[in-house]
Design a protein around this ligand. Structure first.
Ligand SMILES: [Fe+2]
Length: 87
């Protein structure tokens, strides 16, 4: 998936404000990856999708955490923190 495809994918899920925020996070992530020698494409795709699940229902996110066998400790933290790993 290239940048344009990823951005089109998340844009459908986000408010205009949240999409603008995502573009800023993407830009910062790319800059930081370049500065610190990290994988720029991985940083870019992680930034683009970090808020993908921001507006999903709590029960849907909980189900994804369990189905995908993510770290169960996630469920002990506030649901406000679930959207990034779920995304
Ligand atoms: Fe964010």
């Amino acid at each position: 998936m290239n940048r344009e495809e990823a951005l089109n994918c998340v844009k459908e899920q986000l408010t205009e404000h949240r999409y603008t925020h995502t573009l800023g996070v993407m830009s910062a992530a790319i800059s930081l990856a370049e500065r610190f020698g990290a994988d720029v494409k991985k940083a870019e795709i992680a930034a683009i999708f970090h808020d993908y699940a921001k507006f999903r229902p709590k029960e849907e996110m909980k189900g994804i955490i369990q189905k995908e066998q993510m770290n169960p400790l996630l469920l002990e933290y506030s649901p406000e923190l679930w959207h990034a790993p779920v995304g």
